[in-house]
Every structure is written in C-alpha cells, then in structure tokens.
Write a protein that binds this ligand. Sequence first.
Ligand code: SF4
Ligand code: SF4
Length: 96
Amino acid sequence: MSETTFMGVERDKIDWKPTIDYTKCDFCMECVKFCPHKVFEVRETEEIKLIVRNPNNCVVFCRACSKICGPDALSFPDKNATTQRIKEIRKEEANG
Ligand code: SF4
Ligand code: SF4
C-alpha cells in the first residue's frame, strides 16, 4: 500500500508500471539492480524468475529501467493518456 499522491491523486489510482515482455526478457536482472524502489521481485525457484511485484512503487512517468534493458523488454503506459486519466480522476474527485 502506498500513501503517496501524484498531481493530487492517490498513487494507487494511477496505472503506471513496467510491463515485462517475457518473449524478450533474458532475466539478466539489470532492471532489479538499477531500480531502488523494489518494483520488481526475483523468484529464483520459479519458472518465471522476475515479476512486477509492487507496481505502485514505480515512480509515475519514470521509464529509466527500460533504457538499461538490453533486449528492450520493458514497456510503459502512454504518458499523455496517463496524464489525461489523472486529470479526469481529479475532476471526478472534485465533483464528489
Ligand atoms: S533488464 Fe530487461 S532483460 Fe534484464 S531482467 Fe530486466 S526486463 Fe529482463
Ligand atoms: S520506471 Fe523507474 S521507478 Fe519504475 S521500475 Fe523502472 S526504474 Fe524503477
């Protein structure tokens, strides 16, 4: 659970997180080493060795880990669409 807000909206309501394309990921774990926010979780004994465990820990509009991912396996939502959605949520909340 996160209690932080972004642009006045609760972080939990904002859909911003990395998505791992398992057809590209080679489980190098560079993204895990790079990100300090514990978004990813390594699962050594499982078939899928890496998952997005804490999506709401991801910093809204950060895409930094995708730039260090060699196979280009990480993708994010569209920034403009997300901004639009945040504004809509604010409007909905203002209207009660
Ligand atoms: S950096 Fe990319 S290829 Fe490496 S584990 Fe993360 S998502 Fe997979
Ligand atoms: S986008 Fe930024 S905050 Fe989110 S998982 Fe990647 S490095 Fe961490």
